[in-house]
Structure formats: structure tokens, C-alpha cells
Design a protein around this ligand. Structure first.
Ligand SMILES: Cc1ncc(COP(=O)(O)O)c(C=O)c1O
Length: 274
């Protein structure tokens, strides 16, 4: 396995990041996960824009997006696979042991691992912890993902693959690594970015391609929704057929099935949708 580290391709086994890297010590970093199909990264331009946005929000120096593009290409060429999870990690770099960032400059790592195609349906649970829509990191894809680790472990304990959060005012927000859509009275809705959710790329494409209203919804909309689905880079559009103790259906409902079809068609037609 080859990875990209600080400007060049290296053997993953030999590649080393300092134990004083601020990404490791305090979670001072941002990242992107991309879907790589047969050596091509889907929606690369949008992911690079979001990486730059997250870096700006965290106060990191602007990433060199030409280098990131070069690194993605090199890593995908060096590790051929049918379906991969391509991961870009960009951190504050070597720093003192505290929250102050050091002067050494950022660390950039690009790696890929094999992925399997997700099932069309899954189960999700709600969790009692909140997303902070007013927090300094709201809307940024940072490596401070401890809250997501805990919530996803709760979901796994309950036989589900995703945990859904409300925000601090009890509005439906997002999952640990996905956005959420609900069908109410036959209409498709997803929480607005003001709910504190990440501006998911799959979410934005699904809103544009399948048409969905961005609506403030209470968490308990999940109890009355006719259909629920998740969107993310590696899930695309995935139906939720069980939420907490409630079984919805065995198969994706009609609105979800249509969104899946549209997403498959449009994403195949344009690998780098702007
Ligand atoms: C917290 C969170 N919300 C939503 C998403 C979905 O975003 P995307 O569709 O860009 O993968 C992710 C990323 O995977 C995420 O980490």
C-alpha cells in the first residue's frame, strides 16, 4: 500500500507522522472522504472546496489544492481497486503539547482503503447527545470526531449502522457520518445547514437532482416519517428501514427508491458535478 505524505508517495508501512502532531494530540485537523471507483475520485472538486472551507474555519493555512489533487491521483494509480475510500487528512502539524498550534506547518496525508458497496437498506438509532449548531466547529469536517465514535458505537450495540443527532434546540440534524432525509405527506425534506449539519456533498447533489425541501424539523419527525434515508459519500442514498424500535418497511419506499435511481444515473453521467 502506498500513501501520500507531505509531498510524496511512500510505502504506508514506512510512513511516519510525529507523535507531536496536533492532529493526534488535540484533534486539530480537517479531512475528506471520497468515493474512488476504478481509480477515479467522485466529486473531487467539491471535496477540495470543502477541505479548503474546513481548513479556513479551523484557522489552518490554506491547503495547496494542486498538491492534494496530485496526491489523490498518485495514490489511486499506485493502489488499483474497484471501490475505495480515499481519505485526505490535513492537520496542524508538529505543535507544543497543548491547544496552541506550532509553527512547523501542516501535515498532509492521503490514503486509500478498499470498500464494499453498501446495502440498499439499513437500520439507524437516535442518540441522546446533541450536535452544537452554535459551536466553533459547526459545519466543518474536522478530525475531532470523538462524539461520532461514541454515538456510532451506541448504534452498533443496537444492531444499527448509523446514529442520528438532534441539535441543541431539539431539531433533527444529521448522523455521525451522513445526512438525513425524511418523507412527510409524500414530500421529501432534509434539515437546513443552520441545524448544524455538515454540508454533505451527497446531500447537496440529492437536493439538486431529486428535489428536496430544506426544512427545520423536530427530531420526532422520524417517528411519523413515511420514509427515511441517509446520504453520504460511501452510502450514496441508503434507505433506513428501521429507526429505533420502529420498522418502516422491508424495502426502500417509493420516494427513496426514486432518489436512489436518480443519484445513480446522475452520478454516473458526471463524475465531477459542480
Ligand atoms: C458528520 C457528517 N455528516 C454528513 C456527512 C456526509 O457528507 P458527504 O455526503 O459529503 O459524505 C459526513 C461525511 O461523510 C459527516 O462526517
Amino acid at each position: 500500500m502506498k500513501i501520500w505524505l507531505d509531498g510524496e508517495l511512500r510505502d504506508a508501512d514506512g510512513a511516519r507522522v510525529s507523535v507531536f502532531d496536533h492532529g493526534l494530540t488535540v484533534g486539530d485537523g480537517v479531512f475528506e472522504t471520497l468515493k474512488a471507483e476504478r481509480g477515479r475520485a467522485f466529486a473531487l472538486t467539491r471535496h477540495l472546496e470543502r477541505l479548503a472551507h474546513s481548513a479556513r474555519g479551523l484557522g489552518l493555512p490554506a491547503p495547496d489544492l494542486d498538491e492534494v489533487r496530485r496526491g489523490c491521483t498518485a495514490v489511486l494509480e499506485a493502489n488499483p481497486m474497484a471501490l475505495g475510500r480515499l481519505r485526505i487528512t490535513y492537520t496542524g502539524g508538529v505543535s507544543p503539547l497543548g491547544s496552541d498550534r506550532g509553527e512547523a506547518g501542516p501535515t498532509l496525508v492521503i490514503a486509500v482503503s478498499e470498500a464494499g458497496r453498501r446495502p440498499d437498506t439499513t437500520a439507524a438509532v437516535t442518540v441522546p447527545w446533541t450536535r452544537n449548531e452554535r459551536g466553533a466547529l459547526a459545519g466543518l469536517k474536522t478530525t475531532s470526531y470523538g462524539e461520532n465514535v461514541v454515538a456510532l458505537a451506541r448504534a452498533r450495540e443496537r444492531g444499527a449502522s448509523e446514529a442520528l443527532f438532534a441539535n441543541t434546540v431539539g431539531a433533527l440534524c444529521e448522523g455521525t457520518g451522513s445526512n438525513v432525509f425524511v418523507v412527510l405527506d409524500g414530500e421529501l425534506h432534509t434539515p437546513p445547514l443552520a441545524s448544524g449539519c455538515l454540508a454533505g456533498i451527497t446531500r447537496a447533489l440529492t437536493v439538486a437532482w431529486a428535489g428536496a425541501k430544506e426544512t427545520d424539523l423536530p427530531l420526532d419527525a422520524l417517528e411519523s416519517a413515511e420514509e427515511i434515508f441517509l446520504t453520504s459519500t460511501l452510502r450514496d442514498v441508503q434507505a433506513v428501514t428501521r429507526i429505533d424500535g420502529r420498522q418502516l418497511a422491508d424495502e426502500p419506499g417509493p420516494v427513496t427508491a426514486e432518489a436512489m435511481r436518480i443519484f445513480d444515473r446522475e452520478s454516473a453521467a458526471d463524475f465531477d458535478p459542480r
